[in-house]
Write a protein that binds this ligand. Sequence first.
Ligand code: ZN
Length: 85
Amino acid sequence: MKRNARSRSSEMAGHVQPKRAVTIVRNTHKAPMFVIDYVIVHELAHLIEANHTPRFWNIVRAQLPAMERARDWLREHGQSLEEEV
Ligand SMILES: [Zn+2]
């Protein structure tokens, strides 16, 4: 999948590249702290589990029990993070 296609999804504001470098979209720092925590945990969890499998979400949820709140925020505001460059 192309980088932009993934990073512009309403779900996520970062991605893990094949060589395991974690990239966070430039304006993620403008998001609330609970969203930034989610983005970081999400991307680091991909170092353990590459895909969005139930195991992956269990890993994320174990670190951030309130992850749904951050996912909801990104669904609503994620696109604006990319536009405010
Ligand atoms: Zn992901």
